[in-house]
Design a binder for this molecule. Structure first.
Ligand SMILES: NC(=O)c1ccc[n+]([C@@H]2O[C@H](COP(=O)([O-])OP(=O)(O)OC[C@H]3O[C@@H](n4cnc5c(N)ncnc54)[C@H](OP(=O)(O)O)[C@@H]3O)[C@@H](O)[C@H]2O)c1
Length: 245
């Protein structure tokens, strides 16, 4: 009888924006599932701390998503990649439209929309044929939330590209996961008490009755990267926020 020798080759993953929050939680899940992950961010110390919290088969790479050469170096170092998750955030242009600071919105578009697209564009040249790219957008895209026109425009631009990119880059799969309000360091610019009441007021209005955690979003991102039959899709992970906004 012939012996069938099975070798298990690890998948290679890159999580851009992996030093905190949703990216860090996603990197941990991917690693637990057997993927070798490189987490990327702009600060070596923050990455080292995240790598310690994550444990397992994790590498770190310092790169600003807005620096094309730096992004390229990340993918040259990893070699062909199975899984790319793009969690890069930026300054948020929050405010009622009549008085919205358009310079801030321009910066926000650069720091999130263009940054995420640049990572995806470079990654697209370094993916395995059955790989996947997952953008992380926001529930403000396509919702009616006063003061959130700016964030809605930033993530809405990304979401509008998903179907076309899924066809252009096929068989690479392209999806987005769209979080509602999640308790991460994204809100650290607020004073502690303000942040706590902002999050708890939001939780009180959600169907699930609690605020979202990074792991809630990470679980959906991990599923989207793993399921080879999902492409061109956008998944809302918002505790039911879209039911009332
Ligand atoms: N938290 C929420 O309530 C919420 C809601 C809707 C959507 N989202 C979206 O979810 C994604 C993840 O957010 P999060 O809450 O996990 O935010 P977070 O905790 O602030 O993490 C953002 C990550 O991105 C990295 N990063 C930021 N700019 C970068 C750049 N130019 N190049 C490379 N890395 C960069 C940060 O590391 P360094 O600063 O060290 O570079 C960090 O690792 C973002 O796209 C955010 O807009 C979040």
């Amino acid at each position: 009888m012939d012996t069938i020798k099975q070798t298990k080759t690890s998948k290679i993953g890159v999580v851009f924006g992996g030093s905190y929050g949703i990216g860090e939680a996603t990197a941990k899940l991917l690693i637990e599932g057997g993927t070798e992950v490189t987490i990327v961010g702009r600060n070596a110390e923050r990455l080292a701390s995240a790598a310690e919290r994550i444990g397992g088969n994790v590498q770190t790479a310092v790169a600003n998503a807005l620096d094309r050469d730096a992004v390229l170096k990340v993918f040259e170092a990893t070699g062909p990649v199975d899984t790319v998750v793009i969690c890069v955030a930026g300054v948020m242009a929050i405010g009622m439209f009549k008085d919205l600071n358009l310079d801030l919105l321009r910066t926000s578009l650069e720091e999130k929309t263009i940054a995420q697209l640049q990572v995806a564009q470079v990654a697209a040249h370094h993916m395995k044929a059955n790989g996947s790219i997952t953008f992380v957008t926001a529930g403000s895209a396509g919702s009616a939330i006063p003061t959130a026109a700016g964030p809605g425009a930033v993530s809405g631009a990304l979401e509008s590209l998903i179907p076309t990119l899924a066809l252009e880059l096929a068989p690479i799969r392209v999806n987005a996961v769209s979080p509602g309000l999640i308790d991460t360091s994204l809100w650290d610019f607020m004073a502690d008490e303000t942040r706590k009441s902002f999050l708890s007021n939001h939780a009180a209005n959600l169907a699930v009755g609690r605020i979202g955690q990074a792991i809630d979003v990470a679980e959906v991102i991990e599923l989207v990267t793993r399921c080879g039959f999902i492409t061109g899709s956008i998944y809302q992970v918002d505790g039911g926020s879209h039911l009332t906004t």
